[in-house]
Design a protein around this ligand. Structure first.
Ligand code: NAP
Ligand code: G4F
Length: 350
C-alpha cells in the first residue's frame, strides 16, 4: 500500500461505469477500494482483468458489502478514510424499478443517505460524487440542463431524485464537498445486457452468428442522448477535482430514437431490420420518458469536459466488440475510432 496515494472508495465498481472509473483512478495513481456485494455466481467479470493486472492489482482492494448495510459502509469509511467517494452502486434498471419499487427506493435512494451519514464520522474532508441521472428530468422540456425542472416518471427516477436532494442538503447543511453528476445515457461494450443499446448490439451479433433469428424490443420511438461511458467517467473525475462542490450535466447534446439505433447497427453489418426486429409490448413501461436531450454547456465551460465519440461512432465501437466476443470477423471501424480519439487509452480491452 502506497502511503502517499490518494484513496478512493467506489460503490458499483463491478458495473459498467465503476469498472472504467476504477481503471481511470488506478491509472492516476490512486489506491482504490471497492464495496462489492457477495453473489453466488461471479459478478466481477468487468474488473477481473484489473485484479489480475501485474502492476495495478496491488492498489485495488475489494471489500464485501452491500449498500443496504449502513453499518458496513461506516466500518469501511472509518477504516480507510477515503479522500474521495464515488457512489455509483444502484439498482439501475428503470423498467425493473416498476416491479421492485420499494427495493429500488432502498438501494438506489437510501444508499446515498448511508454514504453521507457515514461521511459525518470520517475525520478528513472527503469529497463525494453522486451518480445522479437524466431520468430525474423525465417529462421536462428538452434540452435539459442544471436549471430544468425535475418530473420523474419511474420509481428509479424518484429514488435518484431523493439522492440528488440529500447531496444538496448535506452540502448546504454540513458544508460537505458533495457533487451531483447528472449524467445522460452512456453506453459501451461493458453496458449491461438488458439495456436497450447493448441488447440491440448483442441481438444483431447473435443473428449474424446464427444463434438467433429475431430481436424483440419495446418502445422504438423514445429518444435518448447517448454517449460513450469512458468519457463520462472522465467527467466524474473532473467533477470531484473541481475547486468547489457543484452539480453538472454530462451529455452529448444530440438525441436519437431507439429505432435510429437499430437502423444504424443493422446497416453497419448489413442486416435487414424488417426481417429480424419485432415490437413486444412486454418491454413497454407504465410511464415512459419519451425524450432526453442534454445541455452540457456548464460542464464544458467550467470543467472543460467535452465528449468526442458521436452516435454513429458509439454504434460501431459496440457492434465490433460484440461481434468479436462471438468469434465473428469484425468490420473494424470501431477500433479505428478508438485509436483516433483515445491514442493513449487508459482502460484495458473491451
Ligand atoms: P450498472 O452497470 O447497473 O452497475 C450498478 C452497480 O451497482 C453494480 O456494480 C452492482 O453490483 C452495484 N449494486 C447494485 N445493487 C447493489 C447492492 N445492493 N449493494 C452493492 N452494490 C450494488 O450501472 P452503470 O451503468 O455502471 O451506472 C452507474 C451509476 O450511474 C448507477 O448509479 C446508475 O443508476 C447511474 N447512472 C447511469 C447512467 C448510464 O447511462 N449508465 C446514467 C445516469 C446515471 P453487481 O455487479 O453485483 O450487480
Ligand atoms: O436502455 P434503457 O433501459 O435505458 P433508460 O431507461 O434510459 O435508463 C438508463 O439511462 C438512465 C439515464 O437517463 C440511467 F439513469 C439508468 O440507470 C439507465 O442506465 O432504455 C432506453 C429506452 C427507453 O425509452 C426504453 O423504453 O429504450 C426503450 N426500449 C425499447 N425497447 C427498451 C427496449 N429498453 C430496454 N431496456 N429494453 C428494450 O427491449
Amino acid at each position: 500500500m502506497n502511503i502517499m496515494s490518494s484513496v478512493a472508495l467506489l460503490t458499483g465498481a463491478t458495473g459498467q461505469d465503476g469498472s472504467y472509473l476504477a481503471e481511470l483512478l488506478l491509472d492516476k495513481g490512486y489506491e482504490v477500494h471497492a464495496i462489492v456485494r457477495r453473489s453466488s455466481t461471479p459478478n466481477i467479470s468487468r474488473i477481473d482483468h484489473i485484479l489480475n493486472h501485474p502492476s495495478l492489482a496491488d492498489s485495488f482492494h475489494l471489500h464485501y458489502g452491500d449498500i443496504s448495510d449502513g453499518e458496513q459502509i461506516n466500518k469501511i469509511l472509518q477504516t480507510y478514510q477515503p479522500d474521495e467517494i464515488y457512489h455509483l452502486g444502484a439498482q439501475s434498471h428503470v423498467k425493473v424499478s416498476f416491479e421492485s419499487a420499494e427495493y429500488t427506493g432502498n438501494i438506489t435512494g437510501l444508499s446515498t443517505t448511508r454514504i453521507l451519514e457515514g461521511m459525518r464520522n470520517v475525520k478528513k474532508k472527503t469529497r463525494m460524487y453522486q451518480a445522479s441521472s437524466s431520468e430525474m428530468f423525465g417529462g421536462a422540456a428538452s434540452p435539459q440542463n442544471e436549471e430544468s425542472s425535475f418530473i420523474p416518471r419511474s420509481p428509479y427516477a424518484c429514488a435518484k431524485l431523493y439522492g440528488y436532494w440529500m447531496v444538496k442538503n448535506y452540502r448546504e447543511g454540513y458544508n460537505f464537498f458533495a457533487s451531483n453528476g447528472i449524467l445522460f445515457n452512456h453506453e459501451s461494450p461493458r453496458r449491461g445486457e438488458n439495456f436497450v443499446t447493448r441488447k440491440i448490439t448483442i441481438g444483431a451479433a447473435s443473428i449474424v452468428a446464427g444463434k438467433a433469428k429475431m430481436l424483440a424490443l419495446g418502445n422504438l420511438d423514445a429518444t435518448r442522448d447517448w454517449g460513450f461511458a469512458p468519457e463520462y467517467v472522465e467527467g466524474m473525475y473532473q467533477i470531484l477535482s473541481h475547486t468547489t462542490a457543484d452539480d453538472f450535466v454530462l451529455a452529448t447534446g444530440k438525441t436519437h430514437s431507439v429505432r435510429e439505433f437499430v437502423d444504424e447497427v443493422f446497416a453497419y453489418i448489413d442486416l435487414d431490420v424488417d426481417a429480424h426486429v419485432t415490437v413486444d409490448p412486454r418491454y413497454f413501461r407504465p410511464t415512459e420518458v419519451e425524450s432526453l436531450l442534454g445541455d452540457a454547456r456548464k460542464a464544458k465551460g467550467v470543467l472543460g469536459w467535452k465528449p468526442r465519440v458521436s452516435f454513429k461512432d458509439l454504434v460501431k465501437i459496440m457492434v465490433d466488440a460484440d461481434m468479436r466476443k462471438m468469434g465473428l470477423s469484425v468490420i473494424g471501424e470501431g477500433d479505428e475510432i478508438l485509436a483516433k480519439h483515445f491514442p493513449n487509452k487508459w482502460w484495458m480491452g473491451d
